[in-house]
Write a protein that binds this ligand. Structure first.
Ligand SMILES: C[S@@+](CC[C@H](N)C(=O)[O-])C[C@H]1O[C@@H](n2cnc3c(N)ncnc32)[C@H](O)[C@@H]1O
Length: 259
């Protein structure tokens, strides 16, 4: 999400989540609609919150004070990937046949549900047992992790069994026990993205897909990450997809010839 963008009326944003957009049991589909609505309502309120507008303009705050304000503000916020981006992500994960996905930034687990549906459906199609396919979810706010688990329990078997939630700072929780990775979602505070990619990169499979949210938002803080994946000789192909505030899609392509 970006505070700079004009808010969309929440009802419009949800229109894309039709029954033909994703394959999901009816109760999971209804759960996703409910959670997106909560997230969109929160974002709508945030964009019109005068406290935030004052905070944005207050140049007296130092970096630590700004971080504290931001962390407190976000502690109970979904900040879920928007429905259009979520649907695209689900279908990309399905089309690529991803079996092992890392989700950087889980919050209340909305995007995790899409990724777990995709992983589970890919596993079923390929005849892979549940243990061989999963979404590694990451969240450092305990109250969010607890509630995310409840939503996944409500979603049931087709979702819950494909999620492994690692609680705590992801730059620590992702240090060990990573499978070869097919797909990564970066939906986390942008300064965390490059340190996390450094941890994940040795485990990326050739052809692995990276998505990163809001790379075209004003002041997005993605500079180091974008330089890394777009640099001369970088082992990636990359495009900013034209969703609101951008959605970066990169494909890990080590050793690919340019001749
Ligand atoms: C944008 S939200 C994720 C939204 C989620 N992907 C979705 O679509 O439902 C980013 C989350 O990252 C979490 N986070 C921030 N820093 C973190 C860190 N160092 N380790 C793990 N999680 C972190 C925040 O608490 C927040 O809930």
């Amino acid at each position: 999400m970006s505070f700079a963008a004009e808010p969309n009326p929440p009802s419009d944003a949800l229109d894309v989540l039709t029954k033909s957009a994703i394959k999901a049991p009816a109760h999971v589909f209804d759960l996703l609609r409910r959670l997106h609505q909560l997230s969109l309502d929160q974002e709508f309120a945030l964009k019109n919150d005068q406290t935030i507008q004052k905070w944005k303009k207050n140049t007296d705050l130092d970096a630590a004070q700004r971080k504290e304000f931001f962390d407190n503000l976000m502690r109970d916020k979904f900040i879920a990937l928007t429905p259009d981006k979520s649907i695209f992500m689900y279908n990309l994960a399905r089309a690529s046949g991803a079996l092992n996905i890392v989700e950087c930034g889980t919050s209340y687990g909305v995007s995790t549900i899409y990724l777990a549906l995709a992983v589970g459906q890919n596993a079923a199609q390929k005849g892979v047992a549940a243990g061989g396919a999963k979404v590694i979810a990451t969240e450092n706010e305990p109250s969010k992790a607890k509630q995310a688990r409840k939503y996944w329990e409500e979603a049931g078997e087709s979702v819950e069994r494909y999620i492994e939630l690692r609680e705590g700072d992801l730059t620590k929780t992702l240090q060990a026990d990573l499978p070869p990775i097919d797909f990564v979602l970066f939906d986390i505070w942008s300064p965390m993205v490059m340190p996390t990619l450094r941890i994940l990169e040795p485990k990326l499979k050739p052809g692995a897909i990276l998505l990163a949210d809001n790379t075209a938002a004003p002041g997005n803080g993605y500079g180091e990450f974008l330089s890394h994946i777009r640099g001369d000789g970088a082992p990636y192909t990359d495009m900013t997809l034209p969703f609101q505030d951008g959605l970066e899609m990169a494909v890990y392509s080590p050793g690919s010839s340019t001749t």
